[in-house]
Design a protein around this ligand. Sequence first.
Ligand code: ZN
Length: 170
Amino acid sequence: MVFKVGGDIDAYCTKCRLDTIHVVVALKPGNEGPKRVECKSCGGQHMYHAPKLPSRTEAPSQPAVVNRSAAARNPPPPKPPKAAKPAAAKAAALSAPAGAGAREWLRRMEDLAHQGGTPIRPYSMRETFAAGDPVSHPKFGKGVVLEVIEAKKCAILFEEGRKVLAMGGA
Ligand SMILES: [Zn+2]
């Protein structure tokens, strides 16, 4: 790679504490690489530091969601003896007798998955939620807000059932 003064380069900015685009200000002798760079983000000049993360130009980034769903569609080859087990176990779980709450929970989770893009917010009693909001709870896992009972109370459906939790508190 040939570097030139005035050219753009990805570098680690010591002020932004991030990889940002920099302009090369000075080169090392013999064009060995950039010596001094200016951050396009904060305008600060500093010694060149290699980016902490792989260069954006080398690895065209795909949205993480796409990567995840691609991975889900093409799981790594399962170990031979247990090849059919995971799917069978899942099917059994789906058809197993479950409480109405669990079935409803599953349906709501599928609905949310189909809607896509609705961010799941971590449950906190300091947050305020609205009916239909997907939440994740450290103990109960993923759930969806069924209704707001009163200003500081909401009912959330988790896999193990409906829970009334505080919200909007101090
Ligand atoms: Zn900077």
